[in-house]
Design a protein around this ligand. Structure first.
Ligand code: BGC
Length: 279
């Protein structure tokens, strides 16, 4: 997306999340980075979580502070219970509360099933699925303790789960990742059902192929990108801002009645593009 588009988005969205406190996991690169910045641009104070890459996290904090809101970086491994508990406790201390939890941190450890080690399987489940459980749990406790504050938002809190098209699209060579995202879909729906009566909205964003370090091999050469575009009816690779803008929308009161939904932001990747020419 161009700077101009973002500048006008800034004007439109500057009030959307005013006064809200957001935490984004994995916010020092890719989708998380763009999301943290977009939330700041929309008026939220932001905690920039990272696990490695303190310099990048500090850079994100500086950019967010440029919007006149507060931000700080916090190192924590989302798959470590004590670290997640401490991260949310510190946020409540520093910012007073949390309104938006973006459970974004995720990784891939790809291998054919016959080559996949238990460590590769476990790492992906730990970060992508258990990490989201821990972050959602800690946020939900604070949302319930505080309840709705009408001047801030119509809901008591929002949990936004970063999923993937692979929550429904099987992915050969990535059984750990696809299984983690299939789990994320059910985690999100079950939490949405359980927490909705407490006025907490839980939803997921399911990105398709987005230009980030996680899938660099898929877009970094013209041949790879051409191959990838065959899977995307809209014929462009997604940009991190495409996802970040969706997060801002789902987090805002504009979408206050959206509960337990997955928003696919994928250029049509889930439309069975292989069937466009036959079947
Ligand atoms: C994966 C990417 C992949 C995309 C579409 C994402 O969830 O992390 O590596 O390019 O799905 O297949």
């Amino acid at each position: 997306m161009t700077g101009n588009v973002n500048a006008s988005l800034g004007v439109v969205s500057a009030q959307l999340l005013r006064g809200q406190k957001a935490l984004v996991t994995g916010a020092n690169s890719g989708i998380g980075l763009a999301t943290a910045i977009a939330l700041g641009r929309a008026g939220a104070d932001v905690v920039v979580n990272y696990v490695v890459g303190a310099d990048e996290a500090d850079e994100v904090v500086k950019q967010i502070e440029g919007f006149g809101v507060r931000a700080y970086a916090h190192q924590a491994d989302v798959s470590d219970e004590d670290q997640v508990v401490a991260m949310v406790a510190r946020m409540v201390e520093e910012f007073g509360t949390i309104d938006i939890m973006v459970a974004n941190a995720g990784l891939q450890r790809d291998a054919d099933v016959t080559e996949m080690t238990l460590a590769q399987w476990q790492k992906v489940i730990d970060v992508n699925l258990t990490g989201q459980f821990l972050c959602a749990r800690e946020a939900a406790k604070e949302f319930i303790r505080r309840g709705v504050v009408e001047e801030v938002s119509r809901s008591a809190g929002k949990i936004i789960s970063m999923s993937s098209v692979h929550q429904i699209v099987p992915w050969s060579g990535h059984v750990n990742y696809a299984s983690s995202k299939g789990g994320v879909a059910m985690l999100m729906q079950t939490l949405a059902q359980e927490l909705a009566p407490k006025r907490i909205r839980v939803n997921a964003i399911a990105p398709g192929a987005v230009r980030t370090p996680i899938n660099r091999d898929a877009w970094s050469t013209p041949e790879a990108e051409a191959d990838l575009l065959r899977l995307i009816p809209y014929r462009r690779v997604g940009e991190p801002d495409d996802i970040a803008n969706a997060v801002v929308a789902v987090a805002s009161d504009l979408l206050d009645y959206v509960v337990g939904t997955t928003l696919y932001v994928d250029g049509g990747m889930t439309l069975f593009p292989g069937f466009a020419t036959g079947g």
